[in-house]
Design a protein around this ligand. Structure first.
Ligand code: SIN
Length: 276
């Protein structure tokens, strides 16, 4: 198995392993590569949905996405993300997935099933590198702060895609089942011990310990800080490629530059724990 680094801050392509039937020592080596590189990629995997889920389950417990959980679903679920002329890209901003839950996912497994002939790359950012690059004073300031996250922007996104009427039936249920939750602005990775900024993007409402305008100023500064390309890597998809990223130390965004061309990816995540 070869691990080929892709960028200065994060990202590596893993070659020489068949993810349809990995041996235990290969899974252990992939996990190690993931912890070191924060996002890893496999070209041309030939995985189908069952294989995708089976591979993810070697790393943890595949999650039931909250939207399906409130509808009584108990089996692990895929999210199929379809962009096209009727469904414009909606994830082209830096975020970490589902930070509006108390225990956001540990890792995500994303497979491309339809790739546009141009555009539609995904980018990731290392929040450990972004945290490390802050001045000592700023790190100390950020360390003790907590952020309130909620699902308002997620529900708005669904309304845009499906229409407000279609969403009304379960929006309240979603709000009740997943009320606003407080997470640290800086989290410590439970396996590596490294500190990272926890950046939920549009799911972040306010910094609890600061006045509103102070919090907005800090969000503005950190938003510009993490947007520097020195913290990023980027993947140009082919159908069948698989990316795994550590949700505890990265952000990502799905570029919308293929619009209105169609693009489809499928994602499952594995359960995480409470950020500390
Ligand atoms: C996401 O998890 O935000 C989707 C990423 C992508 O579509 O590339």
């Amino acid at each position: 198995m070869d691990v080929v680094p892709l960028g200065g801050a994060l990202g590596a392509e893993i070659r020489g392993v068949d993810v349809r039937s990995p041996k235990d020592d290969e899974v252990a080596a992939i996990r190690e590569a993931l912890l070191e590189n924060e996002v890893v990629f496999f070209r041309d995997t030939n995985l189908d949905d069952d294989g995708h889920l089976a591979f993810a389950s070697r790393f943890g417990k595949p999650s039931v996405f909250p939207l399906f959980a409130i509808q009584g679903e108990t089996a692990p679920t895929f999210q199929t993300i379809i962009d096209g002329p009727e469904s414009p890209p909606s994830a082209d901003y830096w975020h970490t997935d589902v930070t509006w839950t108390a225990e956001p996912p540990m890792a995500a497994f994303l497979r491309a099933t339809l790739v546009p002939d141009r555009g539609g790359d995904t980018m990731w950012g290392s929040m450990t590198a972004a945290y490390d690059a802050l001045s000592d004073r700023m790190r100390v300031f950020c360390d003790g702060l907590t952020v309130r996250h909620d699902n308002t922007s997620f529900i708005r996104g669904l309304e845009r895609k499906m229409g407000a009427d279609a969403v009304a039936s379960f929006a309240n249920k979603l709000r009740e089942a997943y009320p606003p939750v407080e997470h640290p602005l800086v989290r410590t990775h439970p396996e590596t011990g490294r500190k990272a900024l926890m950046w939920g993007g549009g799911f972040m409402r306010e910094i609890v310990q600061l006045a509103k305008d102070e919090g907005e100023a800090l969000f503005g500064f950190l938003g510009r800080h993490i947007d520097q390309s020195i913290f990023h890597t980027r993947w140009r998809w082919r159908v069948g490629d698989l990316a795994i990223w550590d949700e505890r130390s990265t952000v990502h965004r799905a570029l919308g530059d293929h619009f209105p061309r169609a693009r489809e990816v499928r994602r499952c995540v594995i359960d995480g724990d409470r950020p500390v």
